[in-house]
Design a protein. Structure first.
Length: 354
């Protein structure tokens, strides 16, 4: 892994020129002379419904907040992201918004931007090291805990569940995995958890689900750390004749993370049972909001915000705005003392995106 990463980082300079050609500038009419701060936004990937929703929201909120926008797409590749950072520097952006999927390898690029006094806001993920003006994120440990309590409650505290882990080189994958496991051990010790590494890849999750069901056909719960595994999970359940209504004793309880429209539809249809709605719209809005604020010299301190979230200090010099991410269920019932939202609640971004 270490050797591969070095090779990929070295390759960044080689691909930089090609990536420049792939950059776009959505708000070009104003340009550098418009008086609007130019913000560079790197889209982390475009192979999931969640990130495609985020990509749709960014230019909308850029216009609303009064920024000029330049964008790149690193396609889940740290070498691409490093090259894209250099592109932003050459384009003279005043601030950068990014969502590094490898939260350790991005540190040198953050140092480069800090040296050039270009503030950085990360959304969705928190870098392991490096200078960042603000992290815009939901409490990912709460994701794992909510999924744990949902499955623990539905299974009556006993049985077997499978967890499709995201990549553990991401703070999100680590947080969700650790919280889910910790909650299960503490609250539902009679439940056996099979953790399966997937690197956020749906085909890998589906293959591992197939294999696990051979050795453990009595699995009764699934925790997908993201909607990346949705299609494959449903396909496997259908093949095994397990895609049945929650009232059927054969039903396998499924909880996901993201809150995309397809998840909400499948909750309504009884195919899956819950998700945690990760705020794609608010990631776009507040990523740009804090980047603009940083350029304007504003500062923030820990405490409640005016948008139903809390800024916390996660380590010395690093603040994180933890946005709301509710559990979503079929009936909006309380789970382990915490109220959920009903799948058709109009406050959910997944019910308001075209």
């Amino acid at each position: 892994m270490r050797i591969t990463r070095i090779h990929r980082l070295a390759a960044a300079t080689v691909v930089a020129a090609a990536l420049v050609a792939g950059c776009s500038a959505e708000n070009t009419p104003g340009g550098a002379g418009s008086g609007k701060p130019v913000i560079g936004v790197d889209y982390p990937r475009s192979d999931t419904d969640f990130w495609n929703a985020y990509i749709k929201y960014v230019p909308e909120f850029s216009s609303e907040l009064g920024t000029d926008l330049k964008s790149t797409n690193s396609q889940n590749d740290i070498a691409n992201l490093i090259a894209n950072v250099q592109t932003f520097v050459s384009q003279g952006v005043k601030g950068v918004v990014m969502a590094p999927q490898d939260t350790a390898a991005i540190a040198p690029s953050l140092d480069t931007l800090a040296a050039k006094k270009i503030p950085v806001v990360t959304i969705d993920t928190r870098p392991d090291a490096g200078s960042v003006f603000m992290v815009v994120r939901a409490d990912n440990r709460a994701y794992g805990t909510k999924a744990c309590h949902f499955l623990g409650t539905k299974l009556g505290g006993k049985g077997k569940v499978i967890m499709f882990q995201g990549s553990l080189d991401s703070i999100n994958g680590r947080d969700r995995t650790e919280a889910f496991n910790d909650c299960m051990k503490q609250n539902y010790p009679a439940i056996t958890v099979f953790g399966e590494a997937t690197d956020w890849k749906g085909d890998v999750a589906a293959a591992k689900f197939q294999t696990r069901l051979v050795s453990d056909p009595d699995i009764k719960g699934v925790y997908m750390q993201s909607s990346f595994a949705l299609a494959g999970t449903l396909q496997v359940l259908r093949q095994k004749n397990l895609l049945v209504a929650p009232t059927d004793p054969k039903h396998v309880w499924v909880v996901s993370n993201d809150g995309i429209p397809e998840e909400l539809k499948n909750i309504a249809d009884g195919n899956i049972d819950a998700t945690v709605s990760q705020p794609a719209d608010l990631y776009a809005k507040y990523g740009l909001y804090y980047a603009k604020a940083a350029v304007e010299g504003k500062t923030f301190t820990p405490g409640p915000t005016d948008h139903d979230s809390t800024i916390v200090q996660v380590r010395a010099g690093l603040l994180e705005d933890q946005l709301s991410a509710p559990l979503v269920t079929l009936d909006g019932a309380s789970i382990a003392g915490e109220k959920s939202l009903k799948f058709d609640d109009k406050s959910l971004w997944g019910n308001n995106i075209s």
